[in-house]
Design a protein around this ligand. Structure first.
Ligand code: SAM
Length: 207
């Protein structure tokens, strides 16, 4: 019988249902160490690079598109990375139902879907409820990173964050020359920079 592509990718790719009613990071990862979440992790370039560069930290991508999530997980599985995983499902559900309060060291929100048309802006993932979710799961002292090439999305996020008393704006990371094609924060950063778009970057610390 042909192997089931989903189950054979465990533990690198798991759905919300696989994970169960709550996430215990100590059981989810091989080693208990600080956890960073990548929301809308796409093809997983950030997860891959971050997990290789920081073996003393755990990284988990939350990706609603299972196809993309499996692609990312395949890269992690190929290298048998013990500190990187992908959960397939709606990040809002994972944040609300599975992740314990204050159990996340950093959240990364890179190039979220822009939903260009004004009447579709309400579908943007970064909204006041999403900020509440992040506030709940990020530990005091933890970080929130947001990058995008969409100026009005960035302005909306910065406006929302400036109204939050629980996050403090930090100096943003500077742009640097990529040494090779894998040397970008994410696939979307690579794509947009190659097209010559400016990239907006911000970082906040949970007080
Ligand atoms: C524009 S892509 C960016 C992917 C990646 N962060 C990057 O920079 O290359 C946005 C990603 O967010 C995912 N996404 C959208 N809504 C989501 C949600 N509610 N939960 C999890 N992932 C979501 C999409 O499926 C897509 O892979």
């Amino acid at each position: 019988m042909a192997p089931n592509p989903v189950t054979s990718m465990k533990p690198w790719f798991q759905t919300i249902e696989d994970v169960g009613p709550e996430l215990n990071w100590g059981q989810f990862f091989e080693r208990e160490q600080p956890v960073e979440i990548d929301i809308g992790s796409g093809r997983g370039l950030f997860l891959l690079n971050a997990a290789l560069q920081h073996p003393q930290r755990n990284f988990v991508g939350l990706e609603i598109d299972y196809r993309e999530g499996r692609r990312a997980a395949e890269r992690l599985q190929k290298r048998a990375l013990p500190n990187a995983r992908v959960i397939g499902g709606d990040a809002n559900r994972v944040l609300d139902q599975l992740i314990a309060p204050g159990s996340v060291d950093a959240a990364h929100v890179y190039f979220p879907d822009p939903w260009w048309k004004t009447r579709h802006h309400k579908r943007r993932i970064f909204n006041p409820e999403f900020l509440d979710r992040l506030t709940r799961v990020i530990r005091p002292g933890g970080l929130l990173h947001h990058w995008t090439d969409v100026a009005d999305y960035f302005a909306m996020v910065c406006g929302l964050m400036s109204g939050s008393s629980t996050f403090q704006l930090c100096p943003p990371p500077e742009e640097r020359e990529a040494e090779n094609d894998m040397d970008y924060q994410t696939s979307f950063e690579r794509k947009k920079r190659k097209l010559g778009f400016p990239i907006y970057r911000a970082m906040w610390q949970r007080v």
